[in-house]
Design a protein around this ligand. Structure first.
Ligand code: MEV
Length: 456
């Protein structure tokens, strides 16, 4: 029985008794959306106030980094309609780009209504690297290190007994000889199960403890002792399968045609690094916002995903689209995903604490799967649009509103200016100013007349 078949037999898990399918959520105002969220998670008045006004104080910022002068705001959006492994999720995203949250919510809805999303992940194994140089006999050094493997692992685990008690800790170690411009180096990889933490701290401590000892064993010198952000032992795989392709019909293309065009668009990304970079950027559009919302190191995940994309020596698409043996349309994403739900910023940032509550995950592995799902769905939304109606139509309406506001429009005027620019297909600051000018004059005249009438 396939994983998908097994999962579809599992009882459905809603978000605290409710479905994340929230029709019309986008039409509510911020306070109404917060009240809806309250239905799911029982947020305190303070938590709701914080989400709306201030998730981080300057005083805390001053503790987090050096030379702090304040905090920087970004929108927090909720991607709705997600159902993964039969469990509903409302996914918080911190992102400045318009249309990301809407695209994710719409595509998640399409999939929940026409198919299923499933995921799996490896254990949360991080890699720590120890670089040994100038060993007089690297081959013999390697052999001696491997002979001491059990002692080295024991020593590594003494650095974090709590992690070991939780079922994690250093599990294995391997040694490679690497030819470089500076000669042959001995590279040791320490494999550590970091459980619910992202784990960079713990694996760096272990590496710095073992480094000098390993250098002595190999009769060499230790240089770098640091986590690898190419976390290819901490992998996550997400997949969706559509029952049929009719739901993909769009912009005059039938479902069959749209499916074919999406697959060809993916083949382009897989074959061409220039396209792959943009395609994978679309994946990261879904991922980074969730990582920021949950206090995770998005630079680390970005680095890992792009390294993985180039694993064959050519930079390729990290997602795949194909028709399976039964002709069903499948989307798939497999990437390294080093994320945590404890430690680091997750313990410190008040906004992250609230958003982790909203994320409603129990382990770092579950978070990794939800994050990757947001990436796949975002990528699917982008490639489906690209392959059918083109990206500018939808993007432009939202972008046009931002440009209109930037040009000085507000309220109804911003909508009028934006609609006009979108209609013309010319979304530019100078054009927004032109359209706005007569509207603004008219608006002021009407306001004056209204005031006069009120005085009488
Ligand atoms: C824009 O932020 C992301 C896209 O360019 C992704 C893609 O081209 O696949 C639309």
């Amino acid at each position: 029985m396939s994983t998908l078949d097994k999962l579809t037999q599992i009882d459905e898990v809603s978000v605290n008794g409710k479905s994340s399918r929230l029709p019309g959520f986008y039409k509510l105002d911020i306070s109404e959306r917060l009240e809806k969220l309250d239905d799911f998670f029982k947020l305190s008045t303070k938590e709701k106030w914080m989400l709306k006004k201030e998730t981080l104080t300057a005083e805390l910022a001053d503790v987090m980094i050096e030379n702090a002068v304040g905090v920087f705001g970004l929108p927090i959006g909720l991607a709705v309609n997600f159902k993964l492994n039969n469990k509903d999720y409302i996914i918080p995203m911190v992102v400045e780009e318009s249309s990301v949250v809407a695209a994710a919510s719409n595509a998640a809805r399409l999939i929940r209504e026409n198919g299923a999303l499933t995921s799996e992940s490896t254990d949360p194994i991080m890699i720590s690297q120890i670089q040994i140089v100038d060993s007089p006999d690297p081959e013999a050094g390697k052999k001696r290190i491997l002979e001491k493997k059990e002692d080295l692992l024991r020593l590594a685990n003494k650095q974090d007994p709590v992690l070991v008690d939780l079922g994690g800790g250093a599990q294995d170690l391997d040694v490679r000889l690497l030819e470089t411009e500076s000669g042959t180096m001995i590279i040791v990889h320490l494999y550590v199960d970091t459980r619910d933490a992202m784990g960079a701290n713990v694996v760096n401590t272990m590496a710095e403890t073992l480094g000098p000892i390993i250098a002595e064993i190999a009769d060499g010198d230790v240089i770098c002792q640091i986590v690898s952000n190419y976390a290819d032992k901490r992998m996550v795989k997400v997949k969706f399968v559509l029952d049929n392709v009719d739901c993909l019909a769009r912009a005059g293309y039938s479902g069959e045609e749209a499916a074919d065009r999406i697959i060809k668009a993916y083949h382009f990304a897989d074959a061409d690094p220039h396209r792959a970079a943009t395609h994978n950027k679309g994946v990261m559009n879904g991922i980074d916002g969730v990582l920021i919302a949950t206090g995770n190191d998005w630079r680390a995940v970005e680095a890992g995903v792009h390294a993985y994309a180039a694993r064959d020596g050519r930079y390729r698409s990290v997602s795949k689209y194909y028709r399976d043996e039964k002709g069903k349309f499948v989307g798939e994403l497999e990437i390294p995903m080093a994320v945590g739900i404890v430690g680091g910023v997750t313990n410190l940032h008040p906004g992250v604490k609230i958003l982790l509550k909203v994320m409603n995950v129990e382990t770092s592995m579950e978070l990794a799967q939800v994050v990757a799902t947001a990436g796949l769905i975002q990528n699917f939304a982008a490639i489906w649009t690209l392959a059918t109606e083109g990206i500018q139509k939808g993007h432009m309406t939202l972008h046009a509103r931002n440009v209109a506001i930037f040009a000085g429009a507000f309220g109804e005027l911003a909508i009028k200016v934006a609609n006009q620019m979108a209609h013309e297909g010319r979304v530019r600051y100078d054009r927004a100013k032109q359209i706005l000018k007569p509207l603004l004059i008219k608006h002021r005249e009407e306001e004056e007349q209204r005031k006069k009438r009120e005085k009488k």
